[in-house]
Design a protein around this ligand. Sequence first.
Ligand SMILES: *[C@@H]1O[C@H](CO)[C@@H](O)[C@H](O)[C@H]1NC(C)=O
Ligand SMILES: CC(=O)N[C@H]1CO[C@H](CO)[C@@H](O)[C@@H]1O
Length: 353
Amino acid sequence: MMRYSLLAASLAHIALAFPNSQEKRAYIKPVVKGTPQVVGILADSSLNRDSCGSSLFGDRAFSASWSDLVTGGGSQLTMYGDNQDNSFYPLVPGNCDDNQAGICSDGTRYPLWANAPPLVTSSDSSGTTGYTWISNSHISGLSDLIPHPSVALYRVSYTAGASGLPKVELINEAFWAENDIPFGTYGGVVQDDVVYIWGQATGGSVNLARVPVANVEAKSEYEFYVNGDWTKTQPKIGNEAATIQNASAGRQGTYYFSTPWKSFVWIGQASNSVSADFYITTSPAPEGPWTEPVQFYSGVNGNYSLGAYTLQANPALSLPDSNEVYLTYTKTDAVGDNVALYTTPLIRVEWEN
Ligand SMILES: *[C@@H]1O[C@H](CO)[C@@H](O)[C@H](O)[C@H]1NC(C)=O
Ligand SMILES: CC(=O)N[C@H]1CO[C@H](CO)[C@@H](O)[C@@H]1O
């Protein structure tokens, strides 16, 4: 809704920053076509990979390593990129950064787990730039020592033709402060030159912020969706008026914009699930209304304690107009005496619509 009390000048500024040019979009009810196929297992010979979201960097997919795309859709199953046993994202200074795993002398850890791949904000023939928000989690075992950690912002940039991995820079150690909603850590979409980022505080609902694509690093340029409207006032954790109903099934997943559907999409796991049961919800706009999440595919669960996690969609692997999506998840199997084998199945789902 417009705020008519605003000065004309600032109204013009807002109209420019957040163009309202979206055509009316329809509701989508996704219907799976045929039986989804497991294409294979994504593999990196040197990394034990967990998070398997990916972004399109030029003509390759990027997660923490590269994968070459297959003409017509899909990915080569091998990944590459010489990480030299270094964390792709540099550790935040002070977060037990004297080793690459963030392990502290008292046995606790700053794991630096990125829950979403780089959100690409610009890409052309000269290169690609994206951003990643990562919580400064401090854990003991798998328990959080800080209930609502601050969030670091990283810029990831790749110059076309450069060898090796993209360059990563820590832009702000605490872009969102401790006890703020961790916008961006739950995923994001760039659409019509606006960055939309979702956040979900531990045990909390899903919330939404936006910023013009050129201003990602400027916190003062962000707006937040609260009480059915965009506001500059950052909502606090627990503000029910900031909840985006049904914007996910509760756990980790991926937001993207589907060109054939003209719809925002979230695909991922349900809260408290450790199964490869994939849910989907769609919405004509980032702020909703989102449909009730529905389960549309079940993968094979691993037989280790956490059988399946980090369920993701990988829209970067498909041609923009194709009616398909590639799914990945981390499957853990028990091999030998309490040793987990991590694999990442890649599944192709085709849609009827
Ligand atoms: C778990 O799955 C792995 C991989 O398929 C297999 O090698 C192993 O025997 C299974 N373990 C149990 C206890 O079923
Ligand atoms: C699955 C789920 O989260 N469903 C919710 C969708 O939103 C309505 C309110 O708008 C809730 O009542 C449902 O529980």
